[in-house]
Design a protein around this ligand. Structure first.
Ligand code: ADP
Ligand code: MG
Length: 236
């Protein structure tokens, strides 16, 4: 694996000031993502996962600290960072193909090239035959694939996925896919643990029943449960 640091979230703190009350969402989060790395952030609801992604996407400013990509400070959105939001956020008035082409059109690519890239990504996410369908005619999973295709069509250096596993067993899928899993504390979110997943690739589904996999999963689940309990106590 390349050791080069692609993304450095450096001592980032975010305080939301809403009305009278300040909400300390994340507190001095420091983490590095390497080039070519698949990393997952796990943690209870409200611990600041979306906040972190939005900071990397350049949509939210840190209160203190800084996020850097390739040593450049991130302070605005850019096509080098593709974001897929939890709610997918497709344009309802555009078809699948038009949604995927949207960013390409903005970047001024010629029409023929736009169409070619859109076709390629429709194919890649398995939506051939749905090119001219509007979002309301798609299932949730299909909308998610369009949103991923739209982000990938811009050829970003980093793909940010917020809650990509939906109702699936998120912990298992995170370990199965990742090189590294970060577990966050309950709010205010800090990095509680960093778990290396040194399982060889390509990974097949049988891996999920191996001892090595189950040990890693157990390790992650124990850490996550401790924080989930705290998060529930805060609410109660
Ligand atoms: N725009 C906002 N204004 C005020 N508080 C916010 C805002 N966005 C998020 N928060 C608060 O910040 C904390 C972290 O939220 P979020 O990043 O959405 O967590 P997660 O994605 O892990 O569930 C939560 O307590 C949430 O209520
Ligand atoms: Mg979230």
């Amino acid at each position: 694996m390349a050791e080069e640091v692609k993304l450095h979230i450096h001592n980032v703190t975010k305080v939301y000031r809403s009305g009278e009350q300040d909400v300390l969402a994340i507190d001095e989060v420091d983490l590095k993502i390497r080039n070519q790395e698949f990393a997952t952030i796990l943690g209870p609801s409200g611990c600041g996962k979306s906040t972190l992604l939005r900071i990397v996407a350049g949509l939210t400013k840190p209160t203190s600290g800084v996020a850097r990509m390739d040593d450049r400070v991130i302070n605005e959105p850019g096509q080098d960072r593709g974001m897929v939001f939890q709610s997918y956020t497709l344009f309802p008035w555009l078809t699948v193909k038009e949604n995927i082409q949207f960013g390409l059109e903005i970047s001024g690519l010629d029409k023929g090239k736009q169409e070619q890239i859109a076709r390629e990504f429709v194919e890649k996410v398995g939506l051939r035959g749905f090119e001219n369908t509007y979002p309301k005619g798609l299932s949730g999973g299909m909308k998610q694939r369009v949103a991923i295709a739209r982000a990938l069509a811009n050829n970003p250096a980093i793909l940010l996925l917020d809650e990509p596993f939906g109702a699936l067993d998120a912990q298992t899928e995170a370990i199965f896919l990742s090189d590294r899993v970060f577990v966050m504390t309950a709010r205010p979110g800090k990095v509680k643990a960093e778990i290396d997943i040194p399982l060889p690739r390509p990974r097949s589904y049988e891996l999920k029943s191996t001892e090595a996999f189950l040990n890693l999963k157990q390790q992650a689940l124990t850490l996550i449960r401790e924080e989930a309990i705290k998060a529930t106590n805060i609410v109660a």
